[in-house]
Design a protein around this ligand. Structure first.
Ligand code: ATP
Ligand code: MG
Length: 558
């Protein structure tokens, strides 16, 4: 499936179990599945599960199914199904055979419900949802049996048929397993297997008004698909008892084994589809693919590559320990890749005009620059140099006694990247006292050469021609939340970072147009990627994928 130069997935406790199962002859081959509920877009946490499930299938030459867990028609939308399929493929994976849907098995699941009822292992309960809740007890108190628990098998069969035929209103009846109302595991206290919902389903239309619950559906779907290792996150640990109980009590040949691993959590971000949906609905972000979102589509729009996300998933290990990963761990994956692969270009984010009075009026000089300083095979580009150029406001000071400031200072010299040494002679301010223009002269003998009389020029700054450039909007992203664990706050919206998006208007060199579909390193500024949704024809919009590693890259030129 995928081949890249990144590291192989490290082994983990699940791979060790699989190795042992194969060595013991328990299975001939491995079959896993990725079972998203289509109630939102996939996020980076799902990528962990995708890389685990599809990665195992790939490495063991087995199979991995994509199965939509579509048992709750109220929250599920075709838009989500489409985006999930796209994201899995974009990440570089291929599911085995046709896409599966839990709803493909509704007929069979219904038959298994009848089997449980016939065995005296399930009953139709007519307590209200509130009563069911109260009868369930708590973690410290056992539950109580429902008064409907002792109905005869015939009564239950006929009541279940009535449920199916739409003769009960929603919430007036449900099917429950008969297990143990005193179990220390809440999921075993007569769990609900089927509930009534008068809702059309995207696959089965109005055929059903009863829908099976997740726990009842999931194990049966796994077994019907011949899944060998059913991998899920730790919150399903207790549910494993129910998973096994159901498969032990119905007539089915296969009994997949469930193994749990810890969810991915990232600092300053949240991973629940429900909460991410709230950000979209309240228009706090610009859709599911807003580049600040931890969704696969958001990361893609921001400039993350599939390889960098896979690399991140390789690095974060599969364990049973809950933890939070630093955002820096994700950022370093894309930064390393782009440092190696992204063509360089110059962009001015906070422009200030420079007039080089010694340079001929109207003359435009083409300067050849490498696309990558260390990779000649990435070729060269031509950039226009002219009498008027822009530099960044940060790169000029009227005076500086600080020897560490190695940029342009009034009366002093600096090198323009791949170009001439210039000296700032005077400035012009506007009526508010803000610098409008810096007037300079250049040393014509310094194009890519040291000055003749042995002067040492310490600073190098970037620039863009003021006469030959492309206007650009720069979207500078910061973390979306100020709280390291935003979900700890009752109102997580109160921890939103008001500066998560800062917009600046400036210029980029015209040569970027030739590579516009690629991520760039804008020298000294960071890695940027042209926004896929922007439609303006008068300027380009760039999303900042990630900052440069300030120390290294920055020091090189300052
Ligand atoms: P959410 O709470 O974000 O809605 P979910 O678990 O309900 O997540 P599903 O669509 O049911 O989302 O998840 C599909 C698969 O992805 C499941 O096997 C689930 O365990 C896994 N998964 C979801 N979130 C994470 C995460 N943060 N880290 C690792 N795996 C995850
Ligand atoms: Mg879910």
């Amino acid at each position: 499936m995928i081949k890249d130069n990144h590291s192989c997935p490290p082994t983990n406790f699940i791979r060790k179990i699989i190795d042992a199962d194969l060595a013991a002859g328990k299975h001939k081959s491995v079959c896993t599945r990725f079972p998203p509920e289509p109630n939102g877009y996939l996020h980076i946490g799902h990528a962990k599960s995708i890389c685990l499930n599809f990665g195992i299938a790939q490495d063991y030459r087995g199979k991995c199914n994509l199965r939509f867990d579509d048992t709750n028609p109220v929250k599920e939308h075709l838009e989500y199904i489409k985006s999930i399929k796209y994201d899995v493929q974009w990440l570089g994976f291929k599911w085995s055979g046709k896409i599966c849907y839990s709803s493909d098995y509704f007929d069979k699941i219904y038959e298994y419900a009848l089997e449980l009822i016939s065995k005296g292992l399930a009953y139709v309960d007519q307590l209200s949802p509130e009563e069911i809740h109260n009868y369930r007890g708590t973690l410290t108190q056992p539950g109580k049996n429902s008064p409907y628990r002792n109905q005869t098998i015939e009564e239950n069969l006929s009541l279940f048929l009535k449920m199916r035929n739409g003769e009960f209103p929603e919430g007036k009846a449900c099917l429950r397993a008969i297990i143990d109302m005193t179990s220390p595991f809440m999921v075993m206290r007569d769990p609900v297997l089927y509930r009534i919902k008068f809702v059309n389903h995207h696959k089965t239309g109005d055929k059903w008004c009863i829908y099976p619950m997740y726990d009842f559906t999931h194990c049966i779907s796994d077994a019907l698909e011949g899944i060998t290792h059913s991998l899920c996150t730790l919150e399903f640990q207790d549910n494993r008892r129910l998973y096994d109980w159901i498969l032990d009590h119905i007539t089915i040949d296969v009994h997949p084994r469930q193994y749990e691993f810890s969810r991915l959590n990232i600092e300053y971000t949240l991973m629940s589809k429900r909460k991410l949906n709230l950000l979209v609905m309240k228009k706090i972000v610009d859709g599911w693919d807003d580049p600040r979102m931890p969704t696969i589509s958001g990361l893609r729009r921001r400039g993350y590559t599939a390889a960098s996300i896979r690399e991140f998933c390789n690095r974060i290990h599969i364990t049973k320990k809950d933890n939070h990963v630093e955002i820096a761990a994700l950022e370093s994956c894309i930064r390393e890749e782009l440092n190696n692969n992204a063509p360089r270009a110059m962009a001015i984010i906070n422009p200030i005009l420079i007039v080089i009075e010694s340079f001929p009026i109207g003359y435009e000089q083409n300067i050849v620059m490498p696309n990558h300083p260390n990779r000649p095979e990435m070729g060269i580009r031509q950039v226009t140099f002219s009498r008027e150029i822009y530099i960044d406001q940060e790169d000029f000071r009227e005076e500086s006694s600080n020897n560490q400031y190695k940029r342009l200072v009034l009366g002093k010299e600096v090198r323009l990247r791949y170009s001439y040494v210039i000296k700032a002679k005077r400035i012009e301010k506007n009526s508010q006292g803000k610098i409008k223009t810096i007037f300079c002269c250049h040393d014509p003998y310094t194009l890519n050469k040291n000055p003749l009389n042995g002067r040492k020029i310490k600073g190098v700054i970037h620039w863009v021609s003021a006469t030959n450039n492309i206007k650009a909007e720069f979207r500078l992203y910061n973390r979306l939340f100020n709280h390291v664990y935003p979900t700890i706050e009752k109102n997580f919206l109160s921890t939103l970072n008001p500066d998560s998006l800062i917009i600046r208007y400036g210029f980029v060199e015209s040569s970027v147009l030739a590579n516009i579909s690629k991520p760039f390193q804008f020298e000294r500024e960071g890695y940027f990627y042209a926004d896929s949704r922007s439609v303006s024809t008068s300027y380009l919009v760039f999303n900042r994928t990630v900052k440069l590693r300030d120390s290294l890259e920055f020091k090189k030129y300052t």
